[in-house]
Ligand binder design. Structure first.
Ligand code: PLP
Length: 484
């Protein structure tokens, strides 16, 4: 291919390469279940990547695709496999894979403007408001890279509303010390976000949790009262609607009440758990999501949209704009959808200027599967988590370390004769985890529960079956026995 043809592909070449890529995608997705869940990259491959030369002369496209197959597709992270139960990473909805390509073909900037991609994103945001029973008018939302950015976005609005001079004066000259609250089980990205926003780790109060690892409401209230007595400014409490560690859902109503009483911003981190509101089982306990001042929810987790896709929703859309807007005069607009500029730009409601067309994959996945399809898929995961918990309870040598919540099951290998020795159990289960992860049969992650090392299975996987769960349990028991 000539230099020029490489920039300006002919219709035939686009189709030839495109069809080949579709074959590769199909092979990858359909053959995944018969491959090891995970295997580490071989050292020589790593060296080749890290120390490899800069491509000076361009290569041939078919050689490039071959190289992808042998070197990249062969060593995946592991998610997508029906027995991947690590962290909070789901398989991709296939429609999302194609949506990514279609979005890239259009390649718009969704900073703003009067083009269809903007209205696709607007529609997605309206759908999420409906899904959560969030106020439809006055509120605003934004698709971002994930839960971390969604939390940062919501917390930025909280800081702005509770200390309106902060954009001018910065955190240094606030008349009062600004304080934020989260539980000891809250996600690290919330702490990171608060540190970036200048709260300072000394001013992030870590509220203790109860036996089911949920924030203690009474402790939150006591801490806020003490801060008020000392003349500080309580700004925001971040609560988890499903912690990443164990799936615990904080007492949302109780915390909302405390926040309201003291004028504290109620921010909900529903990155993982939010979509479970679709199920009968969790409709009630997640219904307070509608009361959030701001919230984070990850379509790239339990909604199976390929990464990256996170959603930030803010009750007071005008405040969101005030917190971020810094508009160059050439794109200032006030809601005129007739001209070139369109509605107020998304870039006024968040940190990013050029923004990808993330909305397309969320929009297509929601339209293809529908609310019914999602309800069914999430219920399927809850039922598999029940099955895993039941199998653990029935196995004399396994032990649940906390009541399962949402679709996370935390357990360990603990034959009764070893149950007096916590240190030995911790060591044994650490070795067991590594052996499971490297074995390629199934994949788990770990967490720490009241000081104990725990195996952790997070089931957000529409590809998993009951047999996969049974295989996991048998596998863990066999390895446990062999390591004792
Ligand atoms: C995953 C997760 C986050 C972080 O979101 P990213 O999408 O990884 O940026 C925050 N909170 C919870 C509860 C999560 O599960």
């Amino acid at each position: 291919m000539s230099e020029d043809a490489k920039w300006n592909w002919s219709e035939d070449e686009i189709k030839r390469v495109g069809y080949r890529v579709v074959d590769m995608i199909s092979d990858y997705l359909t053959r995944l279940p018969s491959r090891p869940v995970f295997q580490p990259c071989p050292p020589d491959l790593i060296d080749g990547f890290v120390d490899g030369p800069l491509p000076q002369a361009g290569e041939n496209v078919d050689a490039l695709l071959d190289e992808f197959t042998s070197k990249v597709a062969s060593f995946p992270f592991g998610n997508g496999h029906p027995r991947f139960f690590g962290w909070v990473n789901s398989p991709p909805a296939v429609i999302g894979v194609f949506a990514e390509a279609l979005a890239a073909a259009m390649n718009p900037s969704c900073a703003g403007g009067n083009h269809a991609a903007i209205y696709v994103e607007r529609q997605v945001i309206q759908w999420f408001k409906k899904l959560l029973d969030f106020p439809m008018s006055g509120s605003m939302g934004l698709l971002v890279s994930g839960g971390s950015m969604a939390n940062l976005t919501g917390l930025t609005v909280a800081r702005h509303v509770k200390s309106p001079n902060v954009r001018k004066e910065g955190m240094q000259s606030l008349p009062k010390r600004a304080i934020a609250y989260m539980s000891s089980e809250g996600h690290s990205c919330v702490r990171k976000a608060l540190e970036l926003l200048g709260f300072g780790s000394d001013n992030i109060r870590t509220i203790p949790v109860d036996d089911s690892l949920k924030m203690r409401v009474a402790d939150l209230e006591l801490t806020i009262r003490r801060d008020l007595e000392e003349g500080h400014l309580p700004v925001v409490a971040t609560v988890s609607a499903g912690t990443a560690s164990t799936g615990a859902i904080d007492p949302l109503n109780g915390i909302h009440e405390v926040c309201r009483r003291h004028g504290v911003w109620f921010h909900v981190d529903a990155a993982y758990g939010g979509p479970a509101i679709l199920t009968d089982r969790h409709r009630a306990d997640l219904s307070p999501l509608k009361d959030a001042d701001s919230l984070a929810l990850d379509p790239h987790k339990w909604m199976y949209v390929p990464v990256e896709a996170g959603l930030a929703l803010v009750r007071d859309g005008a405040a969101m704009r005030d917190a971020f807007s810094l508009v160059p005069p050439y794109i200032r607009t006030d809601g005129n959808s007739a001209g070139v500029l369109g509605l107020p730009w998304f870039s006024e409601y968040g940190f990013q200027q050029t923004r990808g067309f993330r909305a397309l994959k969320v929009w297509m996945a929601l339209k293809l599967h529908g609310v019914d399809g999602y309800t069914h898929a999430i219920d399927h995961d809850l039922v598999l988590a029940d099955r895993l918990a039941e199998r653990v309870r029935q196995s004399g040598d396994l032990e649940l370390l906390t009541q399962p919540s949402l679709s996370i099951v935390c357990f360990r290998y603990a034959p009764p004769r070893l149950r007096h020795d916590e240190e030995m159990l911790n060591q044994l289960n650490k070795r067991l985890l590594e052996s499971v992860q490297l074995g390629g049969q199934a994949f788990l992650s770990s967490t720490t529960i009241r000081g104990a090392f725990s195996l952790r299975a997070c089931i957000i996987n529409h590809r998993s079956t009951e047999e996969d769960i049974d295989l996991l349990v048998n596998h863990v028991r066999l390895i446990g026995e062999s390591l004792e």
